[in-house]
Write a protein that binds this ligand. Structure first.
Ligand code: ADP
Ligand code: MG
Length: 559
């Protein structure tokens, strides 16, 4: 074939390319399949995943099913039972309408769809990475079961972007929670690797579902209705202060969407009572006529365009402002008063006590000084750069990046067998975290311990920090630990340790604009020259800038 020839790609290839727009990871598959089950008016939906959905995703429903002679059409691109004409687009009440999901999913996995309707035989269609294998009659079933195995297995370019099983599972679980909360007229069962995680019976209402699934009971229902909008919401009182907007969930006409207009309205509504870096729990279920929004702006249909964004902004903003009551406001005042203390410590009657850890113990100092005796620390420039003379060179060292490098290597080369890595805290520190964070911590106990952090679970949603790394000094180690844990989120298990190390090194390192004693500078410089790579930090930033005697003399025209 001549290289410049333009060819029309085969159907098989175009479908696989288009699949990338909807299906990037297992959670996207789960979303499409659950939406299909809801579109089919099911009131019982079972979701099973194995190995973060990479092994298996199976969604079974008791919905209206598919006629035997229609089954093979479900995997054709742009084949849908939900719209027939362009005008139908503004009226769609269903999640799906583009007829792309099953085509996409079946082109990138080992796929099967089994479906039965009352009065008809049940058939099962199986497809292997886009190639139809068989379509046969099978044992009777009323409803539909879709199984997706080995997603992307034959498409390495996509497979390699999948994250660890744990991380894909987390993503799916987050999504499932959102479906469960709003669809309270549906029974949901959710299984991960054969274990039942959630089981909610229909009729158990959204507020109770949200209380349990988001592990938060300071929530209250709100409502708004006019001739255009019908809005139900669940919002938290100002004592609920989340680090992330994770529990802000927006549904428009039942569809889970990311919408900046609503998000902004929520944030501004809360801006009077929440610190600017904290987020509430807010769930809004907005029903509006299809003429006022366009859902067809993205293939994944997770974004919408408002015809009149100002209007909906003000409605949401006002719902929040009028519902955050005076009594909760007075609580906020009280809360703010204690804000500088660790609220958890206060709650449990602890004082904030960290062991006064010594910066660089004497042994370290002696050993390194001997080795690098030709180094002479001259001082600190601008409280940020350490100046060192070595033979015929002058080094300018960025103290933050240098310390980051030193800590990084110390953590990397230490292991659990080395007793010196930890120091016991004279008083343990308690932290409250969300349940999934606690579970994550419990599962990663070994990794943390190998870096010097020791902790144990304390009740349902707190942990007790008992040991901290001996290398972290002078710093508020309690805060470092907390902010680090809050950051560790999108992390894959495989690289957990190195991510902890990177985050810890950066947080614990001496900052720029920090005045150092001569002793601290000397120790840092010696540690740096003892490290494997004193010249660049783990991210490749320059640590040392050097000037030779020659360079300097040339400036004075001495040479
Ligand atoms: P869309 O949902 O956009 O129509 P899909 O590819 O998701 O496209 O599904 C194609 C068609 O297959 C749907 O229009 C519907 O007719 C049928 N279908 C898919 N899943 C189910 C299900 N769980 N129950 C009944 N019919 C289904
Ligand atoms: Mg669909």
């Amino acid at each position: 074939m001549n290289n410049e020839e333009i060819i029309v790609l085969s159907e098989d290839i175009t479908t696989k390319i288009a699949a990338g727009e909807i299906i990037e990871r297992p959670a996207n598959v789960v979303k499409e399949l659950v939406e299909n089950a809801l579109d089919a008016d099911s009131d019982e939906i079972k979701i099973e995943i194995v190995r973060g959905g990479k092994g298996l995703i199976r969604v079974s429903d008791n919905g209206k099913g598919i006629y035997p002679n229609e089954l093979e059409k479900t995997i054709l691109r742009f084949a849908t039972s939900k719209i027939k004409e362009l005008e139908d687009l503004t009226k769609v009440q269903t999640y799906g309408f583009r007829g792309e999901a099953l085509a996409a999913i079946s082109s990138v996995s080992k796929f099967s769809i089994k479906s039965g309707k009352t009065g008809f035989d049940t058939y099962e269609l199986s497809v292997n990475f886009g190639k139809v294998n068989s379509c046969n009659m099978t044992s009777p079933y009323i409803g539909t079961v879709v199984s997706v195995e080995n997603i992307f297995m034959e498409i390495p370019a996509r497979y390699k972007f999948l994250k660890s099983n744990a991380s894909e599972t987390r993503e799916i679980t987050k999504l499932i929670k959102k479906f469960i909360i709003i669809n309270d007229n549906v029974t949901f069962a959710y299984y991960v690797d054969g274990k039942k995680i959630y089981h909610y019976i229909k009729g158990y209402n959204a507020l109770k579902r949200a209380n349990e699934l988001l592990d938060e009971n300071r929530l209250k229902p709100v409502e708004y209705r006019d001739n255009k909008y019908n809005i139900k919401g669940i919002i938290s009182d100002p004592l609920v202060q989340k680090h992330k907007a994770e529990d802000i969930i927006i549904y428009v006409n039942g569809r889970i969407v990311k919408d900046n207009v609503i998000l902004k309205a929520i944030k501004q509504g809360y801006s009077f009572v929440l610190p600017h870096n904290k987020c509430p729990v807010a769930i809004f279920d907005i029903k509006v006529s299809g003429n006022d929004i366009d859902v067809n702006i993205h293939p994944a249909k997770n974004m919408i365009k408002w015809l009149n964004p100002n209007e909906i902004f003000h409605i949401i903003y006002n719902i929040i402002k009028s519902n955050i009551s005076k009594e909760s406001l007075s609580l906020v005042g009280e809360y703010r008063w204690v804000e500088n203390e660790n609220p958890i410590n206060k709650k449990y009657g602890y004082k904030e006590i960290y062991n006064d850890l010594l910066l660089f113990d004497e042994e370290v100092q002696n050993s390194t000084l001997v080795k690098n005796n030709e180094l002479k620390v001259l001082g600190q420039l601008f409280n940020t750069v350490i100046v060192v003379e070595k033979k015929d060179k002058v080094y300018f060292i960025d103290q933050h990046i240098a310390h980051e490098r030193v800590l990084f290597e110390k953590f990397l080369h230490n292991n659990i067998l080395n007793d010196n890595i930890s120091v016991n805290l004279s008083e343990p520190i308690l932290y409250e975290f969300a349940i999934d964070k606690i579970e994550f911590l419990e599962n990663s106990i070994e990794d943390f311990l190998s870096l010097g952090f020791g902790f144990e679970r304390f009740g349902r949603n707190a942990i007790k920090l008992t040991k901290v790394p001996s290398y972290i000094i002078k710093k508020d180690i309690g805060d470092i630990f907390e902010s680090m844990v809050n950051e560790l989120d999108e992390i894959t298990d495989d690289s957990l340790k190195s991510k902890i190390i990177a985050s810890l090194s950066c947080k614990a390192a001496i900052k720029a604009n920090e005045k150092l004693s001569y002793y601290e500078m000397e120790t840092l410089v010696n540690d740096l020259f003892d490290s494997e790579n004193p010249y660049t930090c783990p991210h490749g930033r320059k640590i040392i800038f050097e000037l030779t005697m020659e360079d300097l003399y040339r400036k004075f025209n001495r040479l």
